[in-house]
Design a protein around this ligand. Structure first.
Ligand code: GLY
Length: 304
């Protein structure tokens, strides 16, 4: 297989974002894209690159994943994440976590195991056996408290302010998609769901084919938005299959998000990389911060 130009794209969640917060949201995406692309430039795999990028987003309290995860109706964070390696179609996904600092690292451990999907207590028991970092559930509550104070105080901190006004509009899921120089694809997604969600509610983020998908020779995708809609139409797999049939990244992303809106009345966005290694993104929400790097352009390009 001829060498491919490496590429990586990340997003910081689709939703209603106050205009003055967009620069910060894009800056965090650029930092995550740079972290992931550094892995690719050093000869690392697409899988390693999307994990590095997702960790950067999970560790940034601006986003609704990892440290910044929003709280459910009981005031507890319940985190989900998913990961797919397009080279061998291996998947690792976790859901309903309360105490794992970086859910994407647990998803990687699951991917490397016999299982595909681990939930709740069982997932956390497995995490302990893998030596992953735990935090007290109060860690997420405190991050939310600080963020809320910053918003009320007008400072920087919360990217998607609608969380405070209408929890159902908050969909700051993060995602990353990459192709490495060997032509292997990978996709990752991580989220806290939406603020005030019912206990036990799970969206598309840990569901392969819905919130994320990667398949060598076709493409890869990561989604953000109202997960219930992305599950119903298996949006990540659908857009990847479209690219596998030759539809270029941007067109595939636009057509697929239009389908989510027209067919289901759903809102959100997605990032993709097509079979030729071209990046694409689309949203039907007011904003979706993203950043990407491709080929020799190591300086991330960003937008909302
Ligand atoms: N897209 C994230 C969720 O619905 O939970």
């Amino acid at each position: 297989m001829p060498a491919m130009q490496p590429a990586l794209i990340v997003h910081g969640g689709a939703g209603a974002i106050a205009p003055e917060r967009l620069p910060l949201a894009e800056e965090g995406c650029r930092a995550a894209a740079a972290a992931g692309f550094a892995v690719l430039r050093a000869g690392g795999t697409a899988l390693a690159a999307v994990i590095a990028a997702t960790i950067a987003l999970e560790d940034n309290p601006l986003y609704n994943a990892g440290t910044g995860a929003v709280l459910n109706i009981d005031g507890i964070a319940e985190l989900d994440a998913g990961l797919m390696d397009g080279a061998n179609l291996e998947v690792g996904a976790v859901l309903g976590l309360h105490r794992i600092k970086n859910p994407i690292l647990l998803a990687r451990a699951v991917l490397q195991s016999r299982e595909v999907l681990l939930a709740g207590d069982g997932a956390e028991r497995f995490a302990r056996s893998q030596g992953l970092e735990f935090v007290d559930p109060a860690y997420f509550v405190e991050a939310n408290r600080l963020r809320r104070m910053e918003v009320v105080g007008g400072g920087d901190g919360l990217v998607i302010q609608s969380t405070l006004d209408n929890p159902h509009e908050k969909h700051g899921t993060v995602g990353a998609v990459a192709v490495d120089r060997d032509g292997h694809f990978a996709a990752a997604a991580s989220t806290g769901g939406y603020a005030g969600k019912p206990v036990g509610r799970v969206g598309d983020t840990p569901i392969a084919g819905a919130g994320f998908y990667a398949e060598d020779g076709a493409g890869a995708a990561a989604c953000t938005g109202q997960g219930e809609y992305f599950i119903r139409m298996l949006i990540a797999q659908r857009v990847s299959a479209m690219m596998g049939q030759g539809v270029i990244a941007h067109t595939a992303a636009e057509q697929t998000i239009a389908l989510v809106g027209d067919r289901l009345g759903g809102a959100g966005g997605l990032i993709v990389i097509d079979a030729l290694g071209q990046v694409g993104w689309a949203r039907n929400t007011p904003a979706m911060p993203y950043a990407y790097c491709r080929g020799d352009n190591i300086e991330p390009v960003s937008g909302s």
